[in-house]
Design a protein around this ligand. Structure first.
Ligand code: FE2
Length: 242
């Protein structure tokens, strides 16, 4: 149908715009299209992390309130797992061939922080319960590597108190590399003995004690040592000890 006047001009403009946009889109696709069959890696399936249920009764841990234990578990532990899953989702969809280095570095750094936070909190919560003593195998290893249980405890407690007011962990770690236990200092979630098995850990972030003890980190360390149940530590040690 032939159109005249303004209607014909509008139609012409629409056609021109459509054509121009289509050409621009095609050019854009061409510009980012992979050069060759393997130029762009496919997205990988995102890792899924499932939080461990609260295995202790927060009403029955002597020296630590239900309020702080529930807050710690829900906000810090579950928060770390939620964050880890969100990061994994983004990493799964990330095109590592084209992503800026600051995006790759940032996501991988945050992944490591969230992953170690998840793992170390699980070790921490697994030790809360009725205080007991380590079994023979672990007690013997402690005596061998530290001279005595008392010496190990003095070192572990001293290191924890020294971290008061800062952020980090003290981790009794079994190192398969050297076949020995070591009290490892960790300034944050990301520094620990490579290849080591964390068998016991005290959380020295303020969220672990501030609600109950204010700035008195030393009192929190004493309370933690009085709730120390070694059952999980023994199992973790037995699993890695060769
Ligand atoms: Fe924590």
């Amino acid at each position: 149908m032939i159109k005249f006047g303004e209607a014909a001009v509008s139609e012409h403009r629409r056609t021109f715009l459509k054509t121009t946009l289509a050409m621009t889109a095609a050019a854009a696709v061409q510009a980012v299209a992979p050069r060759g069959a393997f130029a762009q890696a496919p997205a990988s399936p995102a890792a899924k992390y499932t939080p461990a249920p609260m295995a202790f009764d927060p009403k029955k841990i002597k020296g630590l309130s239900e309020k702080i234990l529930v807050s710690h578990y829900e906000n810090n532990y579950l928060g770390a797992v939620r964050r880890l899953n969100a990061i994994a989702e983004q990493l799964g969809n990330l095109d590592f061939d084209k992503a800026p280095v600051f995006t790759i570095n940032g996501l991988k750094r945050e992944e490591l922080i969230a992953m170690n936070s998840m793992i170390l909190h699980e070790v921490y919560f697994a030790t809360l319960g009725d205080a007991n003593a380590p079994g023979k195998a672990l007690a013997d290893q402690i005596a061998k590597d530290f001279g005595s249980f008392e010496r190990w405890k003095s070192e572990f407690v001293g290191m924890a108190k020294a971290e008061g007011g800062g952020s980090g962990w003290v981790i009794l770690t079994y190192s398969p590399h050297d076949k020995r236990l070591v009290n490892a200092w960790a300034a944050d979630h990301t520094t620990t003995v490579a290849g080591g098995e964390p068998i016991l850990a005290i959380d020295m972030y303020e969220h672990a004690y501030q609600m109950d003890f204010g700035a008195k980190a030393a009192e929190y360390v004493t309370a933690f040592m009085n709730t120390l149940n070694w059952s999980h530590a023994e199992a973790a040690f037995g699993k890695r000890k060769v």
